[in-house]
Design a protein around this ligand. Structure first.
Ligand code: SF4
Length: 376
């Protein structure tokens, strides 16, 4: 046994090791742990972590894929809400590890359960939610387990950026209004696809009475949007689109719907991470793309498709700094702990929250399956 493994591994020891040693430790641990572990690497994760992942993908995909394995430990190289989702969707005996507990998501952190419950109560007090007005709560996958559970308890649902459009279609038909958490941009961009005018979308600021709206505005609104956003996608501005078109005539602009609508409006195409990947995969050789999403994914697309010109939409580094906290050092430390039987940084969602979050997720899953059946 190595010097480090003679005792419970501590992270400080790993911070001073060379990159080579860290790489070797991870690979040795992976080999020794074998099928007992599955390492998940989110698309936005850095390359020196992704190279050790058994599976890579977006957050929902990864949780579903991990649950299909027989791995005892799911090591999620992503952010906190993703590890929670893996715990909710995983088998009862699967334990989830987040190699750095500081890997949060700025967007998910913009809506906490107390604020959401308070907003719901305020809407009920003024009769926006009541016997004659039905409001569906819908949360983006990028939210805490507690918000997902809130939606489950109140007849609502979870959506991803891939299925937000069909789910909006269903819930807008069945309900008078929707309350969408926590990403105002995905909510606004999707609402606009259904022809909802901006003046029928109220923005709920959790730090103000009635979210900063009048009673009348809330009664009139078709969509209430939580005032949250992604700090990474929020960095893309409309002038980036103008600039890139000026610099590179013929370039196509492809952005994620977490970008502000003024950017989405100016783009050629917008869609989920999977949509972005597929679009570049299927593009013709020689085509030019400016992409508005996280830089690690864009760099990876650049490397995969040298026959196409792929660049980041912004000249600034649009990187998910919280996801970046999961470094190879954290991964090596977490795996070496597993080797000595010590489970570090386990993410466990309490049973009550899990129960209701599952209800909201299952509504999404069964709707998506039915939708798929209709298409086939
Ligand atoms: S890219 Fe944005 S939404 Fe995704 S994890 Fe990072 S902060 Fe959260």
């Amino acid at each position: 046994m190595s010097a480090v493994l003679e005792k419970i591994p501590v992270i400080e020891d790993y911070l001073v090791m060379s990159d080579e040693e860290i790489y070797q430790r991870i690979e040795t641990a992976r080999e020794e742990l074998g099928s007992r572990i599955v390492i998940l690497g989110h698309h936005y994760q850095r390359d020196d972590v992704i190279e050790h992942a058994n599976l890579s993908g977006d957050s929902y995909q990864l949780s579903v894929m991990a649950a299909r394995t027989d791995a005892e430990f799911i090591v999620f190289c992503g952010v906190h809400f993703m590890a929670e989702s893996a715990n909710i969707l995983g088998k009862p005996n699967q334990r989830v590890i987040l190699p750095d507990l500081g890997a949060g998501c700025s967007m998910a952190d913009m809506a906490n359960i107390e604020q959401v419950e308070d907003a719901w109560e305020q809407l009920a007090d003024i009769g926006v939610i009541g016997e004659i007005s039905k409001v569906a709560p819908m949360t983006y996958m990028n939210s805490t387990a507690a918000i997902k559970a809130f939606c489950g308890r109140n007849g609502g649902v979870v959506c991803t950026s891939s299925n937000a459009v069909p789910l909006f279609d269903k819930y807008l038909k069945e309900y008078d209004k929707m309350f969408f958490f926590p990403d105002q941009h995905l909510g606004r961009n999707t609402g606009l696809k259904f022809g909802i005018p901006l003046d029928k979308m109220a923005l709920w600021n959790p730090h103000e009475e009635l979210g900063g709206n009048t009673e009348e505005e809330l009664h009139e609104a078709r969509l209430i949007l939580w005032k949250g956003h992604c700090s990474v996608h929020g960095r893309f501005k409309p002038w980036h689109v103008d600039q890139v078109r000026k610099e590179t005539p013929g370039i196509q602009v492809l952005v994620h719907p977490e970008c502000m609508y003024e950017v989405v409006e100016k783009s050629d195409l917008n869609g989920s991470t999977s949509f972005i990947i597929k679009t570049v995969e299927n593009a013709t050789a020689g085509s030019k793309w400016a992409i508005g999403t996280e830089v690690n994914l864009v760099n990876r697309l650049q490397k995969r498709f040298p026959d196409k010109e792929v660049r980041l939409l912004s000249p600034d580094l649009c990187m998910c700094a919280t996801m970046y906290r999961i470094a190879p050092q954290n991964l090596a430390w977490a795996l070496d702990n597993l080797l000595v039987g010590n489970v570090v940084n386990e993410i466990v969602v309490d049973e009550e929250t899990k129960k209701w979050a599952t209800v909201a997720l299952e509504r999404m899953i069964s709707f998506t399956e039915q939708n798929q059946d209709k298409k086939n």
